[in-house]
Ligand binder design. Sequence first.
Ligand code: JFZ
Length: 451
Amino acid sequence: MGKKFIHIILSCAFMAISQGNAQKSAEDKARVKWFEEARFGMFIHFGLYSVPSGVYNGEVMGRNWYAEWIRMQGNWPNGIPDEEYRKFARQFNPEKFNADEWIRMASEAGMKYFLITAKHHDGFALWPTKVSKYNVVDATPFNRDILGELAIACKKYDIKLGFYYSHWQDWGHKGGALPPWPSKELGTEPKMPQPTAEEFDQYWRTICLPQVAELIENYDPWFFWFDTWERSELLPYEKVDELIAHVRGLSDKVLIGSRIAFEYPGIEERVDYLSMMDNTFPDGYIEQPWETSGTFNRSWGYHLKDFGWKPTKELLRNLVANASRNGNYQLNVGPKPDGTFPLPSIKRLKEIGAWMDINGEGIYGAEPNPVAEQDWGYITQKGKKLYLFVFDWPILSDRIVVKKLNTTPSGITVLETSENLNYERIEGGLGIQLPEFQPDQNCTVFIVDLE
Ligand code: JFZ
């Protein structure tokens, strides 16, 4: 989908969205409070697709970098035959998987919650579901309940657990929706025969609804991230409402995100938080709690040939920009087939963690503020303190200007070093003298005391 199009959707959505939030009950707002304060979470894409890691029969998969799509986009344009793809289950054996280590890494990076693909589009479940043998215990030599182990680790580190669940597409169970080919970009794609409404309904009752119930009953999650990105006749509004009621009936704490439906008028009133499109960062404040899910490189699932690792500075910028606009950032790791995180992800998580240990206080629980957008970076507010996140350190000037700030502070300090900074009122804002030495090459934080 084009950037421009997403933009139009977003800006049209803004008005409706604020209305959506205004209509929320006190109970709705209380349920989502932890999410809004958390600001930073880990997303994980792990499943059978992690075995081929974006390469099938020596060929890097076609069309895009989404390694978790290899069943449909490997061996392009035909996809990998179903029998062949299922064989990856026999090779799925992440012997170095250590739930405690995963969650510890998330926690040490400053993340407050953890979201994993309980079942992605391929239909394979990371827990021993009773309604299908296509799962980690019944179909793989690994034979361990990955979600169960993660749930225990999450409790230990006080990290809130959530599940990605592909409710619409399921390529592993009869009746699940298939990719919405042919797409607009390419004429060469295979035509996938979609299930009939009856077949989909059968899948819905025997796989989707029971699995969602199992996930809630077994693992006590805090939120769900369902996934659609196109209108589908298979998923009429009644079914979306049915799934929402199903979840609400089983738990009064589970949050539901907006990607449960696509272009469903008024969806923001029915769900707890809004999801932006992948790696899409809106350019302003949104009142209803929201998140952007983003990747370290280009793929979600581990991809052997994706070397497009983003610099830590860019990742921090995404986190801070969203926090200053009332949003969360869900940064995705695609673990390797042996169950370990790729080294570039580990390195970046550690870099972010070291930065968050010092500067995180300006991120968690950040409040809306009228001066958030500045040309050198972003501002967050907590009570009487402003946190200035300086990403673009001036080269030709020894000061930055905080535009539109009309109150005179009682003091300004560098958060990391405690150095006091000089400042003066100027036309249209406040001028701040920069320290002689730049404390952080990625982003230096100043605290402005408005007391
Ligand atoms: C979806 C999944 O298909 C993908 O595998 C991954 O899990 C991601 C987080 O979510 O991907 C999408 C959804 C929407 C668009 C592109 C990929 N889109 O419209 O740009």
